[in-house]
Design a protein around this ligand. Structure first.
Ligand SMILES: [Zn+2]
Length: 143
């Protein structure tokens, strides 16, 4: 599958960078997971991965999400649910396995209501990142 990432004409993209963006599509991965995925594809140089991640973060193409001290990486571009400057994530914890899944929430109204709040009138908002922690309700409560 070819990456659908928007590439500016004069911007040079190495294979590793391309692979990195492809692997992050629709997923939120830790550095370790990211490395494991890229290793499978033949990219095994950790420092190259660090450098490329750093490049993407500085250019707002990849976002860091800090979840209970663990960093997850997320695409800030080409993402139908958010721009690099506005993220609403829900972390769903499985009480049985203690594992967490991060989901994108499509809710643009929430950003509009924050932007229009009088307290921000004299400020330029850099970004909004909201992390909602949740767990599935008991069966009898759901519908
Ligand atoms: Zn995200």
């Amino acid at each position: 599958m070819k990456p659908k990432v928007m590439i500016q004409e004069n911007q040079r993209f190495t294979k590793t960078r391309r692979a990195l963006l492809e692997v992050l599509k629709n997923r939120h991965l830790t550095f370790k997971e990211l490395y494991e995925e890229l290793s499978k594809a033949g990219f095994k140089n950790v420092s190259t991965l660090y450098n490329n991640l750093d490049f993407f973060i500085k250019n707002n193409m990849v976002i860091e999400i800090n979840l209970d001290g663990t960093k997850y990486y997320d695409l800030g571009i080409d993402n139908p649910y958010h721009q690099h400057d506005s993220h609403l994530h829900m972390v769903i914890k499985d009480p049985q396995t203690n594992e967490s899944v991060i989901r994108e929430i499509d809710y643009p109204e929430i950003y509009e209501s924050i932007f229009s709040h009088p307290v921000f009138k004299h400020y330029e908002i850099e970004y909004i990142r909201i992390l909602v922690s949740a767990k599935k309700k008991e069966k009898h409560q759901s519908y």
